[in-house]
Design a protein. Sequence first.
Length: 197
Amino acid sequence: MAIDRVPDLKRCRALGIEPAVIGRSKQSKRQPRRTNRKVSEYGLQLREKQKAKFIYGVLERQFRNYYEKAKNMQGVTGENLLKLLERRIDNVVFRLGLANTRKQARQVVRHGHITVNGKRLDIPSALVEVGDVIAVCEKSQSNAFFKALKETNNALSAPAWLEADQENLKGNVVRFPSRDEIDVPVNEQSIIELYSR
């Protein structure tokens, strides 16, 4: 299995995104280098793709597969791509407030702490459907991490397309997200232009 081992803050600085977007509160002390080099159109498109891949924690082949799936769906391809990425179970766990970052959400899912409709699920790339109930396993609720999570009330930041129940550490998918509810700083049209070259 391929693993991306580049430090988060270094990648944030290179892509020009705020660490808060990926759930990191720590700010880098180093200022980005100013260069007068003009970036080509291809370079701008590539940067947008790299941003999306980095924010959602997806590698190239998987990202390409999401693009192919989005292209075959009805509607705008760029919006479909972001909707597919938002529907990943690791992202949904993060959005529900059951983890502090997407990386942590991915680990929580991989370790088998999450159930979908009562069945244990340990594949972070699985897509949720409307009506799915996402919850923390009964065994895992006694874990110190989840006990502390209950008290912090992270669910207040859950988007409108998800319904969070912080008391019981669960939530459900009310509907699929719309583009204006997806708050990632990515220009999806540039990604589509890059892939359609």
